[in-house]
Design a protein around this ligand. Structure first.
Ligand code: GLN
Length: 499
């Protein structure tokens, strides 16, 4: 009887493993908290934390970039610890608790609390994000053709969170105060954890996500079992990270990243030297798509920084406030995710589904086109340097199509292309692409910084800075996309059926 119940709980729902829907809602709420907070972050720094500084745009750009880089880089460590010690379930719990702690600390009005809060979110995300994504992959047996669409569904969960959160948190922040917005983000994260927990209670995950080796899990180091020691160390690392973030003039993160990149690359090359040729080709492809993804996110992730500032200073906003414009991207993803995934299915049947590198090349081209549109917006500005909101809307529409050509495809590919014992680590490397992307975001943010303490900064000069910047980004992105497309045939030759 018990057996039947267990089997029932692991049976399919809408043609997918039941566990997917619990992960879907857990991630939906986690991303709700993440993007709700992100929509407020840049404006909060400009208007509160750094408001007295003339170089407040620069400070904000550096902290935003450092936060973004660390929030995704921590995924490498979280992925490793999960693979070796904690397993996905404990990692997801630990991450979720730390993230909600971070969001609630953010609701305290104080600069020290601000940096500490960001640090908790950074460490928490490291445990949560790579592991919940790997968990999705683990629900499907090897070679299961439903995996891609499983990731598409999961990606919709991410973006339902990313769509609704800026609208609600942005509204709360503008109407009642920043801290209400941040507080709501924290509640979102707790809700995510409750979903995950209920999935475990209902036994929808079977034996997936348990610690890889229970002896290692329980093993004592300095008298404390590892399963307890890791959460303690995670909490203790927060003040150190807070210090790094608050020393924005030194930009330590940028320095650290220069070294980390080489380290990770060296490690992957080492792994590549140990595996079979077939496996090596796969890892090479995984590296390649991670690299292209970095460029794409480097432009795309400007949405929470420079584009939010542009929206607040130079866009004639109707109905939405500047924070809320952060919801556009996710809204388009939710609308387009299923049609585009159906398109891949349809093309597959006809034998015409483009190889991954072509999808990635096209994604970069689309990002270029989207920035080209923002760059053009200057031509329609009024005498106060305000441009119609339609430009922003169309820009997000186009870049979202590009995102769907790359991100969910890549997520699914990474779990396919990596050897089983390092799949969470590779997922971490995948997220490292977002981490490096934030260094690009920081670089651009500093270049497009406006030096002023005027709360109403804007006008034609400011517009010129932004539109020139966007046009330049458009050229880089288009150029990179075209190079990828041109090298497609060569990759096919080198890598054969690996794509
Ligand atoms: N929007 C996606 C998410 O939140 C991807 C973000 C990223 O990796 N930069 O998962």
């Amino acid at each position: 009887m018990a057996d039947t119940v267990e089997n029932n709980n692991q049976s399919d729902l809408f043609g997918h493993p039941r566990g997917l829907f619990y992960l879907f809602f857990a991630e939906l709420w986690e991303r709700f908290s993440f993007y709700g907070m992100r929509a407020l972050l840049t404006l909060y720094m400009i208007q509160e934390i750094f408001k007295a500084l003339v170089e407040r745009d620069t400070a904000t750009a550096v902290v935003y970039a450092s936060y973004g880089s660390l929030v995704y880089a921590s995924a490498v460590i979280g992925g490793q610890i999960s693979d070796k010690i904690l397993g996905m379930r404990s990692s997801i719990f630990l991450g979720g608790i730390l993230m909600s702690l971070g969001h609630f600390v953010l609701a305290i009005e104080n600069n020290v609390a601000f940096f500490l809060a960001l640090s908790f979110i950074i460490v928490g995300n490291g445990f949560f994000k790579p592991n919940i994504s790997t968990f999705v992959g683990a629900l499907y047996p090897d070679g299961d053709t439903r995996k891609d669409s499983g990731f598409t569904i999961f990606y919709m969960g991410i973006n339902i969170g990313g769509w609704v959160a800026p609208l609600l948190c942005g509204w709360l922040a503008y109407t009642y105060g920043w801290h209400y917005g941040f507080g709501l983000a924290g509640i979102g994260m707790l809700t995510g954890l409750i979903f995950f927990w209920s999935g475990i209670k209902k036994n929808v995950f079977g034996d997936k996500g348990l610690p890889p080796n229970i002896e290692v899990y329980e093993k004592k180091v300095i008298g404390i079992p590892q399963k307890t020691l890791i959460p303690i160390l995670a909490v203790l690392s927060a003040p150190l990270i807070a210090f790094i973030l608050s020393s924005w003039q030194d930009n330590y993160v940028s320095l650290i990243f220069k070294f980390v990149g080489f380290g990770v690359l060296a490690y992957i090359i080492y792994i590549m030297s140990k595996v079979s040729l077939a496996q090596r080709k796969k890892l090479f492809m995984a590296l390649l798509i991670t690299f292209f993804m970095t460029l794409f996110w480097g432009f795309h992730e400007l949405s929470g920084s420079v584009i939010t500032l542009f929206a607040s200073r130079n866009v004639d906003l109707v109905f939405f406030n500047a924070s809320q414009t952060n919801s556009f991207n996710s809204m388009f993803i939710v609308i387009l995710a299923i049609p585009i995934s159906l398109l891949w299915g349809y093309l597959s049947k006809k034998g015409l589904n483009p190889r991954t590198p072509y999808k990635f090349g096209l994604g970069l081209v689309l990002a270029g086109v989207s920035f080209y549109i923002l760059g053009m917006s200057g031509g329609s500005a009024d005498e106060n340097g305000m441009v119609p909101m339609a430009y922003l809307f169309v820009m997000y529409f186009i870049i979202s199509i590009g995102e769907l050509f790359m991100s969910p495809v890549g997520l699914s590919k990474i779990t396919d292309l990596s050897p089983k014992n390092i799949v969470a680590f590779m997922m971490g490397v995948w997220f490292l692409s977002s981490a490096y992307a934030f260094q690009i975001v920081g670089f651009i943010g500093e270049k497009l910084a406006i030096e002023s303490t005027d709360a109403n900064v804007g006008g034609l000069d400011t517009l010129q800075v932004y539109t020139d910047g966007f046009s330049l980004i458009a050229q880089y992105s288009l150029g990179a996309g075209l190079v990828v497309l041109l090298f497609g045939p060569l990759m096919k030759k080198l890598l054969g059926n690996v794509h």
